[in-house]
Design a protein around this ligand. Sequence first.
Ligand code: HEC
Ligand code: HEC
Length: 190
Amino acid sequence: MRFICTLLPTLTLLLGPAAAQTQAQPPRLELCAACHGPQGNSQIPQIPSLAGQPRIFVENQLVLIREGLRDIPAMKGVLDGLKDSDLILLAKYFSEQVPVPLAGPVDTARFERGKVLAHSMLCGTCHLPDYKGREQMPRLAGQHESFLRAVMEEYRDKPGPGRDTVMNNALHGLNNQHLDDLAHFLANLR
Ligand code: HEC
Ligand code: HEC
């Protein structure tokens, strides 16, 4: 993915700050909002919020999805025809939006079990101790519980193509109840 990261300074250099500003509107935002919600705050439990995700994480995933390396049937064709520079604009936009997690009932016992487990599994060494993510590691705090639960089971049991193997290793040996508790804790973290 390095080519994408090195492209950005080059573009700004070529176009100059004024030109870069006129180009700043990311494409297809309304389409994204139909599933990922207003400003990337998803209202649909199975669809992840994008607001406040690290820019590099979003950039990487967008390239993987556009190239068909990460298979998301719902997003089939959604990124067709977009250039690297479009994906960079989209990633920058979503990384700059403020996450507004939906409030749900918190089960204190499950929350505490998830917290202790995440700590003992060292999830925060990559996702940061506040689980806000950095670089290629996604934000987990305030993400939808159903999405977190489903995506962790996928990483553990049948990681699809394009998925980073570090997560398969990180969840190794955890049972379904562990995943329930982790998802509940992370989703309700503010
Ligand atoms: C028809 C619904 C739909 C539309 C439209 C859509 N997405 Fe998605 N997107 C999804 C679903 C569903 C997933 C999660 C798939 C999964 O469970 O792994 C996803 C995942 C993603 C992810 C990975 C997030 C993560 O945390 O793993 C990114 C980034 C993303 N979409 C960006 C976009 C952008 C940018 C647009 C607009 C150009 C867009 N999507 C339009 C449904 C959609
Ligand atoms: C060695 C670093 C590392 C550790 C440790 C780690 N993760 Fe991850 N995690 C990642 C990376 C990198 C990704 C993005 C993976 C990809 O691109 O497929 C990720 C993705 C995820 C996702 C998907 C989120 C999304 O929006 O798509 C979840 C959920 C997650 N991690 C939870 C955890 C939990 C819970 C733990 C502890 C049990 C953990 N991670 C430990 C690096 C790590």
